[in-house]
Design a protein around this ligand. Structure first.
Ligand code: ZN
Length: 304
């Protein structure tokens, strides 16, 4: 194995993708309650009878994109080792009290930062982390946390593959946190690794995170990252066209599914920026089946 070539760190998270139950409560929670914008309404490209809903900030910027596959009859899942267990938005620390009064949730403190832990309608953990300079309402990501039996190989991969550096470790309730962060000020640049003191087992399903995606600047950057990951022993897929970005996927050493997604072309490729999320968008391979696909999808109302 050759040593991976040194390269600039990545910017941070591109998107987080999770599984939910029926789409309407999911839309109501993320748009009406948390104030995210629905930036794309499309279908699962591998199973077009299921929506793929994308939420983001007003500009649908990488680092703010949260996506769901909402299954009408999904069984509730639970996070465990080898899965991402939560994602977080950065908010102004001074806003945490009023957000807690408005949204409920559980207060905590991690690495000296206040955390408000919420659960969405399917039980997925959504954290609001007080970070100086962040907006008063959730807009872009602070980061994500991964549940791992052994955090060390994952920490090494994040360091050698993506340029993360360890911030520190901290004892939490029933386990240990290790925080890694990227330099710079792009959103979604913190990854927390959670090691539980007691054995547990996760189960994929509604309310669990399917994968987290990191940012590549463009196809050339993604190629360089792919070569580096392969040098590090990862089994990485070829590039897959996801219409709004190009994607490669691999399972990191702890078992969590990671993706690297390109910033371009972005979500305005098939809708004007002011129209994002207002129409059902289908990739070219499904346009010919639009009538059947629309008939099979449950009707939804996007909150104003
Ligand atoms: Zn993805």
């Amino acid at each position: 194995m050759t040593a991976p070539s040194p390269s600039a760190p990545i910017a941070g998270l591109h998107h987080v993708t999770a599984i939910s139950g029926p789409p309407q409560p999911n839309l109501d929670y993320y748009v009406r309650t948390l104030g995210q914008r629905l930036v794309k309404k499309t279908v699962n490209f591998d199973a077009p009878d299921v929506y793929h809903l994308y939420y983001g900030d007003g500009e649908a910027a990488p680092g703010s994109i949260l996506t769901f596959f909402p299954f009408m009859n999904a069984r509730r899942g639970t996070a465990g080792p080898g899965m991402a267990q939560a994602f977080s938005y950065a908010v102004d620390p001074a806003a945490i009290d009023s957000l807690a009064a408005e949204l409920g949730g559980t207060r905590a403190d991690r690495f000296g930062m206040p955390v408000l832990q919420l659960r969405d309608p399917d039980g997925l953990v959504v954290e609001l982390v007080g970070e100086p300079g962040a907006p008063a309402r959730p807009e872009a990501f602070f980061g994500a946390s991964l549940w791992l039996d052994d955090p060390e190989p994952t920490a090494r991969l994040l360091a050698d593959g993506f340029g993360y550096a360890e911030v520190g470790t901290e004892t939490g309730a029933g386990g240990t946190w290790t925080r890694l962060a990227l330099p710079g000020d792009a959103p979604g640049r913190v990854i927390d690794l959670w090691r539980s003191d007691t054995p547990a087992r996760g189960r994929p399903g509604a309310g669990t995170i399917h994968h987290i995606a990191f940012r590549a600047q463009d196809d050339a950057d993604q190629d360089a990252i792919r070569v580096r990951l392969i040098d590090l022993g990862m089994e990485v897929t070829p590039r897959i066209d996801r219409q709004y970005f190009n994607a490669i996927y691999f399972r990191e050493p702890g078992g969590v599914l990671f993706e690297v997604a390109t910033d371009p072309p972005g979500f305005a490729i098939d809708e004007a920026p002011t129209e994002l999320g207002t129409a059902l968008k289908l990739p070219p391979q499904y346009e010919g089946r639009r009538a059947q696909i629309e008939a099979a999808l449950p009707p939804v109302t996007v909150p104003a």
